[in-house]
Write a protein that binds this ligand. Structure first.
Ligand SMILES: Nc1ncnc2c1ncn2[C@@H]1O[C@H](COP(=O)(O)OP(=O)(O)O)[C@@H](O)[C@H]1O
Ligand SMILES: Cc1cn([C@H]2C[C@H](O)[C@@H](COP(=O)(O)O)O2)c(=O)[nH]c1=O
Length: 614
């Protein structure tokens, strides 16, 4: 008859040697032996052993671990499972990291088989076009691998794809970014027409190479483009060669308001308070009118320099002398200025001032009061914009801007390109894995069906990368929905939006401990009030690794640890994206909550019903 100590003597050496055939044999022996209770549910656990049936000196726990308090009384699975947890605020890259981890699991000597049945392989039926080619290159670049950029470039040659000038310029940029300046220069030399974009790419390569390029430009007498000069200034300022940057500015024959703005904001970004203010007055002396960007730099400089009185004076002059209505960024700078002044004990009662500011804006903007207060105080971000120079005239494009006469065609083109790139994202992740490996692993991705932001069939990052998934109300229904056989064959399970799954703990424990799965979990650790969200923190003690990611504060660009809700809804679960939430640093989380409170107080005192700030 098989005894416990006999079993132990079979299992222990086999486990420590990590050979899996022998434990399998041992397990079989256990199952066939009449002296051990049989598992009533063989699909969920291999062998639930009741400690009472074991002799205290020969507990099976001691085979698994020296820790006598270990929870499950089951045998380790054939392959050891793992749990990796990725947490952080919204927009921190949790979903992106989940996708990358799955990708890296697949490249770890194995490849994704695509258990969701929705993975697409990029084969001969796939049409090679410019976007797909460039997507491949970009993906290669995102791996920070020059070799992969070269491989993708070689692929273009192999499939006979002849890149046009635009694609060549894009390729040039990718070579520059991946650090292969030699190839970048060859591509640049071979460009039939050297556009401003390709010049910019070469200039931005590195400060050293940029300086050489600048030398070439001076020899070629290319210095009349405002955009090129702005790029040169940017290059020198980025490389902290502020005096070189200023020289480019001084020597520009056709410097205009755009270059003044560039100079002032470059100094602002370097915290050069005196230079910002000097440049501001220099600009005015040349008879040029500052715009709201300039005032933002000036107010930020005053805030950094603790120049409270000057800051207020510039702030007032903005409307009075130039007719520029302050925007959120200006109020953010003023709130910052006041905050610093309060810190320096120069002004008392920050709450009072913030309340005063909120009240002022409430009076100014009777319509949509909450939104106005939030926006003006910088809690709702101003829309981002891009600047492009066409025939020496700067044009600004705001997010969602429809003012351009061809905006319909432009948006249609963007929509088409986005679809191509999103599809390519799903294809590429699988395809890259497939090109490397010979054996296969099976992967499933689950997300909560509460998250309806991008439909239910994919997990999608805020940048639009995606992988097919199964959207479920809970995790306990997964095995059934997925199929028991298919589940048994699974190697990796990815879980996104984990904060919404109440049964997260039990599922992860069972999947890793009993079923030998690698479980990768991504979710919010805290809600908008920084309270523990769902069961995400409960699984930390189960985890092999925990990664806490941070985002960028939308108000100051510093590390963001928290998610601020911009609306007044108070329930914990509220599905939304950048329309409802923003990532913030500690300082702006605290001031954001103060402002929310102030706005509420004002609204309450005015007896106004405000449903949403957005
Ligand atoms: N405020 C924002 N609004 C929209 N997208 C953002 C914002 N901040 C960062 N992003 C983008 O979102 C990406 C992260 O997306 P994702 O992986 O889906 O994050 P998470 O899952 O942590 O919310 C970043 O790489 C960045 O490009
Ligand atoms: C802070 C917070 C967030 N949510 C929701 C909002 C989104 O739908 C998801 C988080 O998505 P992401 O992938 O991390 O961007 O959670 C919520 O319901 N309650 C909150 O407090």
């Amino acid at each position: 008859m098989l005894t416990i100590s006999r079993m132990k003597s079979i299992l222990t050496p086999t486990l420590s040697a990590f050979t899996f055939q022998l434990p399998k044999t041992a397990h079989l022996a256990l199952l066939t032996s009449k002296s051990f209770p049989c598992n009533p549910n063989p699909t969920t656990t291999l062998l639930p052993l009741k400690p009472t049936t074991l002799s205290p000196t020969c507990s099976i726990h001691s085979i698994q671990s020296r820790d006598v308090h270990m929870e499950p009384a089951t045998l380790p699975p054939e392959f050891p499972g793992e749990i990796h947890v990725i947490v952080g605020p919204m927009f921190a890259g949790k979903t992106t990291t989940l996708l990358r981890r799955i990708q890296s699991e697949s490249s770890n000597g194995r490849k994704i088989k695509g258990s969701c049945g929705a993975f697409v392989h990029c084969g001969s039926e796939c049409e090679w076009n410019q976007e797909l080619m460039l997507f491949y290159c970009r993906n290669a670049y995102s791996e920070k691998s020059t070799r992969r950029v070269k491989e993708s470039h070689a692929l273009m040659v192999v499939v006979g794809y002849d890149p046009n000038e635009y694609s060549k310029t894009k390729l040039l940029i990718l070579y520059v970014k991946s650090g292969d300046l030699g190839t970048a220069h060859i591509l640049f030399d071979n460009l039939r027409e050297k556009s401003l974009v390709s010049w910019n790419a070469i200039i931005a390569a590195t400060l050293k190479h940029g300086k050489q390029a600048h030398g070439v430009m001076i020899k070629c007498q290319i210095r009349e483009y405002v955009v090129v000069n702005s790029a040169l200034m940017d290059m020198y300022f980025t490389g902290s060669s502020l005096s070189d940057g200023h020289q480019v500015f001084d020597k520009s024959l056709n410097r205009n308001v755009v270059m003044w703005i560039a100079l002032i904001s470059e100094y602002g970004q370097h915290g050069k308070v005196v230079e910002v203010l000097e440049s501001f007055h220099g600009m005015k002396n040349e008879g040029l009118k500052p715009n709201y960007v300039t005032f933002h730099s000036v107010l930020s400089a005053c805030s950094h320099g603790g120049l409270v009185d000057e800051g207020w004076a510039y702030f007032s002059s903005m409307t009075k002398d130039y007719g520029i209505q302050p925007r959120g960024q200006h109020y953010a700078a003023i709130v910052d200025l006041l905050g610093r002044a309060v810190g320096n004990k120069r002004v008392h009662g920050d709450m009072y001032l913030v309340k005063l500011a909120a009240k002022k804006f409430f009076e100014l903007k009777p319509k949509n009061p909450g939104k106005a207060v939030m926006r003006e105080l910088g809690i709702i971000k101003e829309p981002g914009y891009s600047r492009i120079e066409v025939q020496n005239e700067a044009k600004f494009f705001f997010k969602g801007d429809k003012s351009h006469k061809q905006s319909k065609e432009i948006y249609e083109l963007i929509r088409e390109m986005t679809c191509i790139l999103k599809d390519a994202a799903a294809i590429t992740i699988v395809d890259i894995a497939a090109s490397r490996d010979t054996s296969t692993i099976s992967v499933a991705i689950i997300k909560s069906n509460k998250d309806t932001r991008y439909g239910l069939d994919s997990i999608v990052t805020h940048d639009g990368a995606k992988l097919p998934c199964l959207a479920l109300p809970d995790l306990s229904s997964f095995r059934q929905k997925f199929g028991l056989d298919a589940y048994d064959k699974l190697d990796v399970i990815g879980i996104d939006e984990a904060q919404f799954f109440e049964d997260l703990y039990d599922f992860c424990r069972e999947a890793a401990d009993n079923d030998g799965k690698t479980v990768i979990v991504a979710g919010l650790d805290g809600d908008y009030l920084r309270r523990s969200f769902g069961s995400v923190l409960d699984i930390i003690p189960l985890a092999d690794s925990v990664t806490k990611l941070t985002s960028r504060c939308e108000l100051c660009g510093k590390c963001a640890f928290f998610t601020l809700r911009k609306t007044e809804e108070a329930q914990t679960e509220l599905i939304g994206g950048a329309d409802v939430y923003m990532p913030v640093c500690r300082k702006h989380y605290v001031s954001g909550q103060v402002v929310m409170e102030a706005a509420r107080t004002v609204l309450e005192s005015q007896n106004v019903q405000c449903i949403s700030y957005v």
